[in-house]
Structures are given as structure tokens and as C-alpha cells.
Design a protein around this ligand. Structure first.
Ligand code: PGA
Length: 221
């Protein structure tokens, strides 16, 4: 496990991702939204050609949002990155389609995931894999934990109160060739410590990453 702590974590992570893309332009990656990765995506958006051969899968999406909701995970990732870099393939998650989890799994099975770029919830969730989610889970419709519903209010400002979502499962995140977790701010310090140094348990989904051979934590100080 690599722990990278720096004031410049967003620049460093963006530079590392551009290096990976240089080595492997057709890289297949799963990308988180939330607020944490946005500074990194801002840097990457300035390299519009780097993603020309890459394939991007959205990590998760909230259920029951109006189609034009600007804070959906899809709209957020498009605005921050996808619209600027136009990857060869971009796969969002349409939560209204009952067959969507199986379709997302088929996308993953078509070539695996070289890299998963994740945030972390204050309860240790990865994507919408809340405490107790199965370590071998695949894409699924899931209920959100209370802290996740509360946290989502930062994005929706009262326009929507999602209680569920569809997320790529822990099984596929743990099977990715490389996993990055981005975390910034005092509010994440305790859960980062528990995830990296505490017991490995599905009660703290991010602690399962201790079993992964190639994980980098990109952290602010
Ligand atoms: P945040 O969300 O980046 O907005 O803090 C992360 C998460 O809940 O996974």
C-alpha cells in the first residue's frame, strides 16, 4: 500500500494518471465523482488528447433523479472531465433500467478494469458499497447509508433526496489492476486511518483494500 501525503495531491495524482495513460493509452478505468476528485479532473481536463483511446466507467449513480439533475454522478463527471477529454468509450449508469447492473458487469467483463479511482465516505464506503456490502459483490442496486444520504445533500441542495443507487461492486473494485483512493480534509482523517491501519472487515469496506496488491492513497496533509 502506498500512502502519498502532499499539499499537491491533486496535481500529483493527475500527473500519475497521465503517466499511466501514456504507457497504456487504451486503459480501462472506473472513475468516482463526489467532490474530492474534482481538482484532479480539473488538471486532467487540460490534457484533452490523453484519453482518446481510453475507456471510462462511471463508478456509481443515485436513483430517482430527474434526467436533467446537474448533480447526478454522470453530469458531474461529464462536466469535470468527460466533455473535455472525450474518451473512446464512456459508460454511465442509468439507474432507471432494471437490467443495468448486469449490463455494467458485461462492460467490465469485456476487458476488466486497469484502474479504479475512488473516494471514501466517512463510514468507509467505496462507491455506494456501504458497510456490510459483500467483498465479492458485483454491480447492484443498493440502499444508501444515513451518512451517505446526509452527505449527498451537499450536491443536491434540497432538489433531490436519493435513498438508493447503483454501484460497481467491491468484487470488481478489488479485482482492478490498480486502485487509488483520494481523500482530503479533516473529516476523512479518522476513516482513512481505520481503513489503512485497522482490522480488515466488511464493516469498513475500504479496509478490504489492505488485501489488494496495488493500492495508492492520495491524501492531503
Ligand atoms: P466526497 O464523497 O468526495 O464528496 O467527500 C466521497 C464519498 O462519499 O465516497
Amino acid at each position: 500500500m502506498n500512502l502519498r501525503r502532499s499539499k499537491m495531491w491533486a496535481d500529483d495524482a493527475a500527473a500519475a494518471l497521465l503517466d499511466r495513460l501514456h504507457e497504456r493509452p487504451e486503459m480501462r478505468m472506473c472513475l468516482a465523482t463526489g467532490s474530492t476528485p474534482l481538482p484532479m479532473y480539473g488538471r486532467l481536463a487540460q490534457s484533452p488528447d490523453a484519453f482518446a483511446a481510453a475507456a471510462v466507467l462511471l463508478l456509481d449513480e443515485f436513483g430517482d433523479l430527474p434526467a436533467d439533475e446537474p448533480a447526478s454522478c454522470d453530469a458531474t463527471l461529464r462536466r469535470a472531465l468527460i466533455d473535455h477529454v472525450r474518451p473512446a468509450d464512456y459508460r454511465a449508469i442509468v439507474t432507471a433500467h432494471p437490467g443495468e447492473p448486469a449490463a455494467v458487469d458485461a462492460w467490465i467483463d469485456a476487458g476488466g478494469l486497469d484502474l479504479a479511482v475512488l473516494g471514501i465516505g466517512v463510514n468507509g464506503h467505496l462507491g455506494m458499497n456501504e458497510p456490510g456490502a459483500p467483498a465479492d459483490g458485483r454491480t447492484a442496486r443498493v440502499d444508501l447509508a444515513p451518512t451517505t444520504m446526509e452527505g449527498a445533500q451537499r450536491y443536491f441542495e434540497g432538489r433531490a433526496r436519493p435513498t438508493w443507487g447503483v454501484t460497481v461492486g467491491l468484487g470488481d473494485l478489488l479485482a482492478a489492476g490498480e486502485v487509488w483512493v483520494l481523500a482530503a480534509g479533516e473529516s476523512k482523517a479518522d476513516i482513512v486511518r481505520r481503513s489503512t491501519d485497522g482490522p480488515v472487515t466488511t464493516a469498513v469496506p475500504a479496509s478490504l483494500l489492505q488485501r489488494h496488491p496495488n493500492v495508492t492513497w492520495w491524501l492531503d496533509r
